[in-house]
Design a protein around this ligand. Structure first.
Ligand SMILES: Nc1ncnc2c1ncn2[C@@H]1O[C@H](COP(=O)(O)OP(=O)(O)OP(=O)(O)O)[C@@H](O)[C@H]1O
Ligand SMILES: [Mg+2]
Length: 204
């Protein structure tokens, strides 16, 4: 692939969306064609699936959530990510397969083998995954500051969010060559500086 695929992962309110936009702009300012996108969503059909996935009024078992996230992801890869990478565009993606591994697998108990089989079907591997790490208390404050109703995942309890945090850190620790962890507790500019340093180091 001509482009690079960078994924930002982390819990609720860690700053993924904020940093994904900043990073895509930073790349563009350096002459690297770039695209910021998000999951679930990032393509018209996938955004429709997102609305269902985030709606806390629609009961969905963890397995049903897993399959819907993967359905949205397959659409996102086919319609947005793969064409961009082929065209030489660097893709900065707010969440990807690790969010399914962690939210549905680690936090909600979906079988890890089933999730890996689905990951193989999705087939697309990030060149670099950056975990934006914050304590659950910070994550809660930032989500609350937005002042809108909690979505399905924001509504999970603190114990689940603590498992999610540990799940991302464990992924990064298990695959250090293609992960970096950035402390996302400082202000936006400080986190962004750390993120840019990681990207410059790892991807040139
Ligand atoms: N480093 C930071 N310090 C303080 N506030 C921040 C920081 N980064 C982001 N915020 C604010 O916290 C809120 C959540 O940020 P953002 O939407 O980027 O997080 P997110 O990881 O995408 O969250 P979600 O998982 O809910 O989509 C926003 O109001 C944003 O302005
Ligand atoms: Mg976001």
């Amino acid at each position: 692939m001509a482009g690079r695929f960078i994924v930002l992962e982390g819990g609720e309110g860690a700053g993924k969306s904020t940093q994904a936009r900043l990073l895509a702009d930073w790349l563009a300012a350096r002459g690297v064609a770039s695209l910021a996108t998000r999951e679930p969503g990032g393509a018209p059909g996938a955004e429709r699936i997102r609305a269902l996935l985030l709606d806390p009024a629609a009961p969905l078992t963890p397995l049903a959530q897993t399959l819907l996230h993967v359905a949205a992801r397959v659409e996102h890869v086919a319609e947005t990510i793969h064409p961009a990478l082929e065209a030489g565009i660097w893709v900065v993606c707010d969440r990807f397969m690790d969010s399914t591994r962690v939210y549905q697998g680690v936090a909600q108990g979906v079988d890890a083998g089933a999730i890996e089989a689905l990951a193989a079907i999705v087939g697309m591997q990030p060149d670099l995954t950056i975990v934006l790490d914050v304590p659950v208390s910070v994550s809660r404050e930032r989500s609350a500051a937005r002042g809108r109703a909690a979505d399905r995942y924001e509504a999970m309890d603190d114990a689940a969010h603590a498992r999610i945090r540990e799940g991302f850190l464990a992924r990064a620790a298990a695959h250090p060559a293609c992960y970096a962890v950035v402390d996302a507790s400082p202000d936006v500019d400080a986190v962004f500086a750390a993120l840019c340093a990681v990207v410059a180091n790892r991807l040139g």
